[in-house]
Ligand binder design. Structure first.
Ligand SMILES: [Zn+2]
Length: 228
């Protein structure tokens, strides 16, 4: 595609495409209510936008299930996600932002930065593959590694795991994870899980200090199992 003649998408179109991508990247469709929650609007107010996205050829509506991105929609979503994740990485590595601050700043900037600035930032960062939260950064041509499916809630006591990716939106949760040493790349032993509330107790490998992770937080932490 010729970038010089490409029309600029509006911020809200970009937010919708990114929202649908995030909800469906591990499979399935995006329901109206899940999408409304992701965007932060009332479910009734998104019908018009979904029609508009369908007319633009970015989404397909599947009756009674929700929407999913077409190939074009997915390509546009990945362009916004690349900008967002490069910005987060740049803010942290070059400007000293903490990983709890970068998301909100990147949300604002992702709609306005030029391709030129993003490619310069990527070059300064040595073409990073993951953002500060462990999320993969799509390449300039739109390739992205497969998402991790396993969460901290899917592994069992005595498992040894590596933290791969955490949800980037809630600064309070991020701060708790950071203070507990539960950041991407860290190896963690699962100590126990309460049967009544699914609270999981973990320790960072090499440390004796236990950390409690609630069911809700565990769902936000993507992991991979390490063979011992
Ligand atoms: Zn973010």
């Amino acid at each position: 595609m010729d970038n010089n003649v490409k029309i600029q998408l509006s911020p809200s179109v970009e937010d919708y495409l990114k929202g649908i991508y995030t909800i469906t990247e591990r499979g399935g469709t995006a329901s109206t209510s899940a999408l409304a929650q992701a965007i932060g609007v009332q479910p009734a107010s998104i019908t018009g936008m979904i029609k508009r996205l369908a007319n633009l050829g970015y989404v397909e509506h599947i009756p009674y299930k929700g929407v999913q991105l077409t190939e074009n929609g997915s390509a546009e979503a990945l362009r916004v996600i690349r900008r967002h994740r490069i910005l987060e990485t740049y803010l942290q590595e070059q400007l000293g932002y903490t990983w709890t601050e970068v998301h909100q700043e990147a949300e604002l900037l992702e709609h306005t930065v030029s391709n030129k600035l993003i490619s310069r930032m990527a070059r300064v960062l040595n073409n990073p593959t993951h953002d500060p939260h462990g999320a993969p950064i799509p390449t300039a041509s739109g390739d992205i590694p497969k998402a991790h499916f396993l969460t901290l809630l899917d592994v069992e006591p005595n498992d040894l795991i590596r933290i791969e990716e955490v949800q980037d939106e809630d600064p309070v949760r991020l701060q708790y994870l950071e203070e507990s040493g539960l950041t991407p790349g860290v190896l963690v032993k699962i100590m126990k899980r309460n049967s009544f509330d699914q609270m999981t107790t973990v320790t960072v490998l090499g440390s004796e200090i236990p950390t409690a992770v609630s069911r809700e937080l565990a769902r936000d932490v993507f992991v991979s199992k390490i063979q011992e």
